[in-house]
Design a protein around this ligand. Sequence first.
Ligand code: NG1
Ligand code: ZN
Length: 544
Amino acid sequence: MLDGETLKALYEKHCKHGFKYSYGTAGFRYKADILDTVMFTTGVLAGLRSLHLSGQTVGVMITASHNPPEDNGVKIVEPRGEMLEQSWEKHATQLANCASESYASFATNLEELVKTLKIDTNRSGGIAVARDSRESGPRLLEAFEAGVQAFPTLRIRDYGILTTPQLHFLTSKTNEFPQNVEKDEKLYYNEFLSAWDEITTISGIEALPFELKIDAANGIGGPKISAMLSQRQVFKNAYEVSNADWQNYAALNYCCGADFVKTNQKLPHGIAVGETFNARRINCSFDGDADRIVFYYNDPQGQFKLLDGDKMATLFAKFFQQLLRSSGLQKDVEMGVVQTAYANGSSANYLEQVLGVSVKCTSTGVKHLHHEAVKFDIGIYFEANGHGTVVFSSKFVELLNSKLATDSQSSPESYNSLKLLSVFTRLINQTVGDALSDMLAVLAVLLVLQWTPQKWDEEYTDLPNRLIKVVVPDRTLFKTTNAERQLESPANLQQEIDALVSKYDNARSFVRASGTEDAVRVYAEAASREQADELAAMVGKLVE
Ligand code: NG1
Ligand code: ZN
């Protein structure tokens, strides 16, 4: 470990005093100009984490996802690509807050962590770091790297600008694959494109039978999706990337991207609808770091229709259920869907009542959903905003492989279904929700089922809903229970919300503090658009 004098000099170069930080839903996320201290301490903490995990490579992503351009953030990724182990979040928060107080406080806290976690600071270890396209990225990276220098035995691999899921993927492959395999973007593209190739072979298509429009939120997903799709003839002339101006910092997430489309329930700037209805036209929006995706289309009446995370979860559930049945595996495999309180009531109903699939509800934030999803053999998890993926248990993958090895003589339908299930385990980025891989997976399902976006949408009808943000003096006063569906404090507020909800048809509403923005979120759904809007506004007034 670095000597005290040198570490202090680095600290003084990068740290400022007087802020209070907290490692929230998706790591630290604030205005970029107050983040230097946090970046420095996150460098130190990621180093500690790697050393604690016997020198395995730990990932770090510098991003503020769908937030405005002036924000930024950072999160730590576990060696297998998952979110930081929950018990370490408090260490991250504490170290940042100590550093924000004084060097002495930071140094004491660091010493305590090394001691209590029994960390050998002389061993080697590794950090893989990447950032999204924000202007503040290079400055914050510098502060981060200064923090990592606390442990001179650590190697840093700086991947430059990547999507968040690319960083998760490469972190996981760095630990999984031998050293002589190059862990770069090529590895990422090859992984998903080779699975996609099998889909095109199975479907027998030479050209994508969709007119695909991609809104890249002026983020890093734009150049990356082009780099991916341009490698395959089947996409030639079939897609167009809009809002791909990722070097125009101010344009990031502005009037475009998945969050804009989901929240406003309308087309983003830069995506126009044709004069005449085209059943094969499908649009999608990524968020700024390309870990979320939502799809949408305009119906024959010209009405905007959203196909969000709930629609993706239900599409995958129906599809995998069919494949499990036709391959005779349904009795051996447990499949479930994990959602949050923001999932549309109709989606949970459809899953449980129509498909008969089990549904679990967790707190917001993919780390909670992921944790629950891995309990299933096929765990489908999506936040309504389009952030999610599917995870497959190793037991399931082994079962598939052994069936594929022995079942080649069984019915072609069953064998084909087994093959498709196997391809999907490779087409989907299981480490984390990934706009690029999710997009390919959704297109693959539609191709196999020969469905149009409208056919997909017709499976069930969303209840009209509204999500609003209310700025309050102190959002930490809002404490929830029951997977964030009910408030415990402020006292009596839940009863007042319940009283309002009971006046509307088929209604539901809940309130929680955001973990990524300084605001409280109010969600409402009801039988009609007017009722949902009115209920959200009324609950919003209660909260103010
Ligand atoms: P917060 O700000 O805690 O609501 C938002 C999203 C989460 C998740 C995180 C991380 C909503 C309502 N909330 O969290 O689902 O994606 O950002 O990006 O969409
Ligand atoms: Zn994101």
